[in-house]
Structures are given as C-alpha cells and as structure tokens.
Design a protein around this ligand. Structure first.
Ligand code: GLN
Length: 282
C-alpha cells in the first residue's frame, strides 16, 4: 500500500464512521498520518506514491482505529493550537476551543502592555488562557488555578514548553485565595447543562465531564464564581467569564446580584453573546 492509497482508504472510513464531510475527513487522515510517521503534511503530498513499511502501516492503523471510535484528534496527536500557539492536551483537560479566544481578546484589551497587573485564571485546564495572557503581556503577574492536579500537570508542561511565567495553584475556584485580590479575573468554567444532548456526540464524549458540566442548568459554577468574585477583585477590577450561547442574561443577572456593577456581555463573530463580565466600581 502506498501513501495515497492508505490516505484515500482512511478518508472514506473516517467520513463514514463519523459522518464527516470528505474534505474534513481527508484533512484528519493527513493529520493522523503526519503524526504517526513524524513527517510534515507536505511530505505526504510529495511522497504519495511511496510504498509504506508494515511498521508505518501499523502505526497509522492504530491511530485510525481510535479516531474511528470517536477519540478526538487533539488527544490522538496530543496537541491543539490556541491563539497561534501549540498546547499539549491529554484527556485530563478540555481541548482548547477557538470560542475561548474571545475571552482572551477581551482580557488583553484590559491588560496594559507597559505595567504590571495581578491576574487570576480559574479552572485553567490546559493553561491555554493564562499562558496566552502571560506570553502576550510579559509584565502581568498571572496566577492560574484548577482543582484537578492532573490538569495542572498539563498546564505546567505547557508553560514550560512555551516559556510562560505563570504561578499555578491547586484550588477549587476561590478556595485557596482567601484574602487575595486581583485586577482581573478570567474563567472558562464548565457551563454545559448536565442533560445537554450534545454531550453524547463528538469530541465532548471523551473530554473530562468535570470540565464541561455544571448542574442542571449549567450555571452552578458560574454562580459560585460570581458569588465570591467581589471579595477577590480590586476596586476597578474586572471579572470576565465565558458561558454558553443562552446564558448571557442569567450570568449578567448573577453579576448584578453579587455586586459586580456594569454587567455586560460580549458577542462572538456570529453575534452571539459568549462572554459576560463586569467591573467592581466601589
Ligand atoms: N464550549 C464547550 C462545549 O460546548 C464547553 C466548554 C465549557 O464548558 N467551558 O463543548
């Protein structure tokens, strides 16, 4: 079997098993092959008539089988790009999503590049938010917390690989931060409703449920965050939280209830409000 044949065959299988478009399935087949054979995707095109060794075929087939079972590509190749940088990911962490780049943009708009500021990222997972902020704003003092030590181990490795200075702490939301205040608090907490039907389809089936779901209405963790945020914000400080497409009103209500003024929502490129936050003005 040569390179083109194995990729064609895999494309057909991926498309059929996962109900994907042929074009997407072909991209996935290439990504798996380039990972399995440690070659660039350009190599695959230049070498399409090369014959493959049994070892190469076996390496590819084992990745393909896992993908056909639905395992996310990011876990199979161990990496996912976020804000232009590669992050290591394992099944201990949520796979970084492009949606979360909105939260990062909003945070960056609030962090001056020329002075230091205290920033906290709660539920950091892979560390993609905290590490991106640290690399984009080297003067900021960034603390990132997660209650999962397995997730923190991944975040640590990412910070090391990417050369970011972040202080990591084990903490269930604000638990380990008693008495500490920050200028900016950001979070992409779990916000999916426990019975949401999309949890039984696609990549999410393989992601940590503890990073995805938050009670019956998906708001349990957002409630906890907003309830304690006031104690941990400097006057003039901002809280920014990602949430689901239908939670903006509820989250902004929570912010007002808990004394975070100027509650406001920001829309993504599709015009859907996916981040809400506010400022502690007195
Ligand atoms: N946006 C993700 C999803 O719907 C959920 C991420 C999260 O809960 N923080 O799959």
């Amino acid at each position: 079997m040569n390179v083109a044949q194995i990729l064609d065959d895999a494309t057909t299988q991926i498309a059929a098993a996962l109900g994907l478009d042929k074009r997407v399935a072909r991209l996935e087949a290439r990504v798996l092959a380039s990972h399995g054979w440690a070659v660039e995707t350009a190599w695959l095109i230049a070498h399409d008539t090369d014959a493959l060794s049994d070892k190469q075929i076996a390496a590819f087939q084992s990745l393909l089988l896992l993908r056909l079972e639905g395992q996310p590509i990011a876990y199979l190749i161990g990496t996912r790009e976020f804000y232009g940088r590669p992050f290591l990911v394992t099944p201990d962490v949520l796979i970084p999503r492009p949606d979360t780049e909105l939260l990062v943009e909003l945070a960056l708009e609030r962090i001056p590049p020329d002075r230091s500021m205290d920033i906290l990222d709660l539920g950091t997972g892979s560390g993609c938010i905290a590490i991106t902020l640290a690399l984009e704003r080297p003067l900021a003092r960034i603390t990132a917390a997660d209650r999962s030590t397995a997730a923190l181990a991944v975040a640590h490795r990412n910070a090391e690989h990417l050369g970011a200075r972040v202080e990591f702490m084990t903490s269930n939301w604000f638990a380990a931060f008693s008495g500490r205040k920050f200028d900016l608090i950001v979070s992409n907490p779990p916000y999916v409703a426990a019975a949401d039907p999309h949890l039984i389809r696609g990549d999410v089936r393989f992601e940590p449920l503890s990073a995805l779901t938050a009670g019956q209405d998906g708001l349990d963790d957002l409630r906890q965050l907003t309830r304690s945020a006031r104690e941990h914000l400097q006057v003039g400080g901002t809280l920014l939280m990602e949430h689901s497409y239908d939670q903006a009103e509820a989250v902004q209500g929570l912010l007002r209830t808990h004394g975070i003024n100027d509650a406001y929502g920001w829309a993504d490129l599709a015009g859907v409000s996916r981040v809400s936050g506010g400022k502690l003005s007195e």
